[in-house]
Ligand binder design. Sequence first.
Ligand code: DC
Length: 230
Amino acid sequence: MRGPPACPIVTIDGPSGSGKGTISRALARKLGWHLLDSGALYRLVAIAGVDAGAAADDEGAHAALARRMDAVFSVAPDGSECVTLGGRDVTGRIRSEEAGQGASRVAAWPAVREALLARQRAFAAPPGLVADGRDMGTVVFPGAELKVFLTATPQERALRRHKQLKDKGSDVSLPALSREIAERDLRDQTREVAPLKAAPDAHLIDSTGLSVEAVVQRVLDLGAARSLWP
Ligand code: DC
């Protein structure tokens, strides 16, 4: 009989505002596992492109930046995330709607997705990895031990994003945000390479009206049923 894998992987995929980030972070902290926020990598490629003066439609230049950018993820003593690009702090910048829109654009390019594959897979290390994104269970970690696809109604997702941005001091109108989320969903779902969709073996969780704790508990129950943790 095989024992538990040395580096079990849990993938959490879903659209913007479905709560993936919050759930993945809470789960990784609870388990003491590594965390891959793959959306942050796409956001960094968009930012690197702007900073390097790359033409907005230059796929090759963005793929080259995806391969060589010097991105460091760390956790500050107060538990908050810190991200640097080429040594410069971009923690606030990567969470802006502008970076999100830029990420969705560069994420549609096959060369950029290919360039980020090895970087993403390198996050897998014992004792385990929680991978958050759109194609974690379908493309990056197809052999993951547990796959979750998280959804929520578009209204709830827009409200959550609005609150998140407001808490960070950003003043974005809710109707504008709803429109942007709908545009981003459409682009993410209809792109030719690695579109946003649930893996056939993913567990669907609709987080509408559920607390963070309730969703985390559902994932913990699923993993326990597979003996991934006690
Ligand atoms: O999860 P996020 O909002 O940080 O992601 C930003 C964009 O990056 C999103 O619109 C789609 C893209 N993305 C992707 O295509 N594949 C991933 N694994 C993660 C994000």
